[in-house]
Design a protein around this ligand. Structure first.
Ligand code: ADP
Length: 160
């Protein structure tokens, strides 16, 4: 059976932390679907189409990676796409506690989908989308925190 993993997140924006996790996971799975969560109730800085475009730029040379979006439960998206793994990244003990609860509930809902966690490299531990977004909104240079394929000057965010 093909090993298909879903890497879900808000990716507002996609950072080098996310990129690192996906690149390391390439050797573990046959296919990775990067799934941008579209939450109607949670306003994002970058529109959904922009977030998907940024991620597609990063992986345009990787045939085993695709970019999609979804609404609703992540495990339902996995089931619909034949994915048997849910990929997540871990930075800190706080991430672990948060992810533990989600993974255990997901497992209760959908036992056939296994959650897999990769620990971030030490240099990526402090990087999160909220901080990167704050730098961008305040006019700072956040380019070192996003993959080199993403030129932040090409994109405009929306007021939150
Ligand atoms: P969410 O809104 O679901 O937290 P994010 O886009 O913030 O979505 O994160 C998606 C996944 O990437 C999560 O598993 C998160 O822990 C992981 N992640 C975020 N930043 C990093 C980082 N710097 N290093 C490793 N993993 C990260």
């Amino acid at each position: 059976m093909k090993k298909i993993a879903v890497f879900p997140g808000s990716f507002d924006p996609f950072t080098i932390g996310h990129e690192g996790i996906v690149r390391r996971a390439l050797g573990l799975f046959d296919e990775i679907i990067i799934a941008v969560g579209a939450n109607a109730l949670k306003k994002s800085y970058y529109p959904l189409s922009v977030r998907k475009e940024m991620i597609s730029k990063v992986f345009h040379n990787e045939p085993s990676i695709s970019v999609a979006h979804y609404e609703g439960l992540t495990v339902d998206f996995c089931r619909k796409n034949g994915a048997n793994f849910l990929l997540r990244g871990l930075r800190t003990a706080a991430d672990f506690e948060f992810e533990r609860a989600i993974a255990q509930v997901n497992r209760a809902l959908t036992p056939e989908v296994e959650s897999v966690f990769l620990l971030t490299i030490p240099e990526h531990t402090p990087i999160n989308s909220t901080i990167v977004r704050d730098i961008i909104r305040s006019g700072g240079d956040a380019s070192r925190f996003v993959p080199s394929a993403i030129n932040l000057k090409d994109y405009k965010g929306e007021d939150l």
